[in-house]
Design a protein around this ligand. Structure first.
Ligand code: SAM
Length: 444
């Protein structure tokens, strides 16, 4: 790292020898208002609208609000993505955003909170098991304008000029997390840095065609190595027509602006001895001169619509958010922004969907069997039967244990903790069945 702008060897070593723990979370603005946290002695993260440092690290698994998607536990430096998005893009415009390396979902949940409801987020993860975790976190986040996919970056090269923004939070050698995870030091080697460098190049080569003219590439790593950061910016600028974008950072934030050797591209480095956060690097580039995207002519949106009766059954379960379309796929009702149906149709021929929009439930001749996704979604009808649980009961629910209730309602009922939905129970004559997804239950 000698020679890297902003690297201060003594201070850097010192901060690694005495690793204090920094814990930060980011609120889900569609579920919680920020004033609720200010009361809890949490310091705001200066470059983030929804991020806070916590005075200590709680046992997050035992907080039902985490499972309700009211917040996401995210490292503070990573939340700077917000600045990169806001400073390079009109976030009120309808955008197509791809988060290419998205699991477990930190950047995706953040990007989703910043884009408009008419924008689309494609949240992709190549590793199957990790794509499952990503889908779970996106379900908890509760938004309908997201498609979670499980594809190799290569699959996206066919979507030429399609995305307005591509986020590549690249797999890297991970040195930026050494302070938090000292064990990871053993895995580090020069060879691995160079392997990561080559992999990062391959990922970028695959994805660049999918970015449209004037589209923004946000490239980030949690590595300190120049080979994975500034050298990659040089590689991009040498292989593609791009402009490097300069971001405004306040001096008090402690973020270091760097320039790459060959093409003088701007990068932003987070050193833990200078910022209250872990090691991180991010850069923004704008793509120049290339064609435009048009939907293929033969393509016509071709989703099965709900019959009038099915519409009536389904509408009882959801609120009347404008612009949401209901579509049927194999007897399951999905909600998706109506203005994005062409996109949904187009993308499904190229990508493997783990989840698209909000799965509302299974429709039968007379009723709808609600899905867990609906319970956690912003589309849920606020007047459905619900019971509020105390913390111990909420944890029993999340462990998928039996819930005792003397509620007078029968049938489907939401369970809530501090006014946040956790999921469904079905109240029968003398017991209540717990419908929390088996795979997500907490095992503590
Ligand atoms: N963006 C995530 C977040 O904020 O929560 C973290 C992403 S992590 C730094 C990098 C991700 O890239 C991992 O989920 C990893 O599985 C994925 N990955 C690994 N190899 C990849 C490859 N060859 N192409 C694309 N993604 C890859």
């Amino acid at each position: 790292m000698l020679g890297v702008t902003g690297f201060d060897q003594n201070e850097f070593i010192k901060v690694h020898e005495n690793p204090g723990q920094i814990t930060s979370i980011r609120f889900n603005p569609s579920k919680t208002q920020r004033f609720e946290v200010q009361a809890h002695n949490c310091q705001p993260i200066p470059w983030s609208s929804f991020g806070y440092y916590l005075p200590e690290r709680p046992l997050f698994t035992m907080d039902p609000l985490l499972h309700a998607g009211a917040y996401y536990v995210q490292e503070a430096s990573s939340m700077f993505l917000e600045q990169a998005l806001k400073q390079t893009t009109d976030l009120l415009a309808p955008l197509r955003v791809l988060d290419l390396c998205a699991a477990p979902g930190g950047k995706s949940t953040l990007a989703q909170s910043l884009i408009s409801p008419h924008s689309l987020l494609v949240s992709n993860e190549v590793i199957k098991t990790r794509a499952g975790i990503l889908a779970e976190n996106m379900v908890k986040w509760g938004s309908s304008n997201v498609i979670v996919t499980n594809n190799d970056p290569k699959s996206f090269s066919k979507l030429e000029n399609y995305f307005d923004i591509v986020i590549v939070d690249a797999p890297c050698s991970g040195s930026g997390l050494f302070r938090k995870e000292p064990e990871a030091v053993k895995e580090w080697s020069d060879e691995n840095v160079m392997l990561c460098n080559k992999r990062q190049q391959r990922i970028l080569a695959d994805i660049m065609p999918a970015l449209k003219r004037d589209g923004i590439l946000l490239y980030s790593t949690c590595s300190y190595s120049k080979e994975e950061n500034e050298d990659i910016l040089d590689w991009i600028a040498e292989h593609f027509a791009v402009d490097s974008l300069r971001l405004a950072v306040e001096a008090s934030w402690g973020i270091v602006e760097t320039l790459s050797n060959k093409t003088h591209s701007y990068g932003y480095r987070f050193f833990p001895d200078k910022v209250k956060g872990e090691g991180f690097f991010i850069a923004a580039l704008k793509k120049k001169d290339c064609g435009h995207f048009y939907f293929p002519k033969s393509k016509k949106t071709n989703f099965e619509k709900l019959t009038k009766g099915e519409q009536a059954i389904t509408r009882k379960w959801i609120n009347d958010k404008p612009g949401i379309a209901l579509i049927k796929m194999n007897d399951f009702v999905h909600a998706f922004p109506g203005s994005l149906l062409d996109d949904l149709d187009f993308l499904k021929s190229y990508l493997y969907f783990k989840k698209a929009g909000t799965l509302i439930g299974k429709i039968t001749a007379k009723e709808l069997i609600p899905e867990h996704e609906l319970a956690l979604s912003g589309l849920i009808n606020g007047n459905l039967p619900s019971i509020e649980l105390a913390k111990e009961q909420a944890l029993r629910y999340l462990r998928k244990e039996e819930i005792k209730t003397d509620a007078q309602v029968k049938g489907w009922c939401l369970v809530r903790y501090q006014h946040q939905n956790l999921g469904w129970i079905k109240i029968l004559q003398n017991r209540a069945n717990n419908y929390y997804p088996l795979a997500w239950r907490i095992r503590m």
